[in-house]
Design a protein around this ligand. Structure first.
Ligand code: NAP
Length: 256
């Protein structure tokens, strides 16, 4: 039986085939969900078009810079027209200026702090507000986060602070939207080699450290994030909301 048969979803954050969003979208699709996709700008359009096209030539694909309210309004308007309603939303979007991910956190500029929080945290609030009116039969919103939100991970810097804001936002959204049967959860993924990850100084070291110290002695696989995405989207997680689920081969439990 397909776990997500009849579900309608939208995925924010596919850049290429390595994107975590793509791993979760594939898993949602495999379980029977019908999906729409967004891409940030013309630069990525072709990539996303090619990937989304594998789910059918009529797959809805829209441009959306999550820092633009007009883009978000247009996207949910189009989804409303095409789908009529919505059950699933994946937020897999983050950005901080490169220099903020290299030096010391104490040197984070006001502008880098603002941009990181706008793209990586406020966007969840804006997308949830856009999606909620379409989630008339309840829904599941899933956002990608990282352990740098609660512990210091050198070089992750302002992105860790933005992820803390994202996780807190998920809890407040879970409270607001719970009466509408809309659940909001975060997946805290161990490091995965993607475009965004390569922007973090020392990322390769991070992969090695997880392999050496995580209880499972390896790094997480994209398809394992997909499987957790399916769980959070489906009835198995019907009573789970406002949570951060660690999918990191156990790294988060370690004290040293
Ligand atoms: P990715 O493939 O580079 O995906 C990041 C996505 O965010 C890209 O599609 C990017 O588009 C998009 N984005 C950035 N700014 C945007 C904006 N203003 N509007 C719309 N989209 C925007 O990297 P990923 O690793 O899969 O990242 C997905 C999520 O997983 C992020 O939230 C990340 O923090 C989280 N995460 C990643 C890891 C990891 O190790 N990779 C671990 C834990 C959590 P552009 O390429 O056009 O900027």
């Amino acid at each position: 039986m397909s776990l997500l048969a009849g579900k309608l979803g939208i995925v924010f954050g596919v850049a290429n085939k390595r994107s975590i969003a793509w791993a979760i979208a594939q898993a949602w699709h495999r379980e029977g969900a019908k999906l729409a996709f967004t891409y940030q700008g013309e630069r990525l359009k072709e990539n996303v078009e090619e990937l989304a096209g594998t789910f059918g030539a009529d797959t809805l694909l829209m441009e959306c810079d999550v820092t633009k309210d007009a883009d978000i309004a247009r996207v949910f308007d189009e989804v409303g027209k095409k789908f009529g309603k919505l059950h699933l939303l994946l937020h897999s979007v983050a950005f901080a200026p490169k220099d903020a991910l290299e030096g010391e956190f104490v040197n984070t500029s006001r502008e880098a702090f603002r941009v990181a929080h706008d793209v990586s945290a406020y966007s969840l609030v804006a997308l949830a507000r856009g999606a909620a009116p379409l989630m008339t039969g309840g829904g599941s919103i899933v956002a990608m986060t990282y352990y740098g939100s609660e512990k210091v991970v050198p070089h992750y810097n302002v992105m860790g602070v933005a992820k803390a804001s994202l996780e807190a936002s998920a809890r407040y959204l879970a409270y607001d939207l719970g009466p509408k049967k809309i659940r909001v959860n975060c997946i805290s993924a161990g490091p995965v080699n993607t475009l965004a990850a390569r922007g973090i100084a020392g990322f390769t070291e991070m992969l090695k450290r997880y392999e050496a110290h995580a209880p499972l002695k390896r790094n997480v696989l994209p398809e394992e994030l997909g499987a957790t995405g399916v769980f959070l989207a489906g009835d198995g997680a019907a009573a789970i909301t406002g949570q951060v689920i660690y999918v990191d081969c156990g790294y988060q439990i370690m004290g040293m």
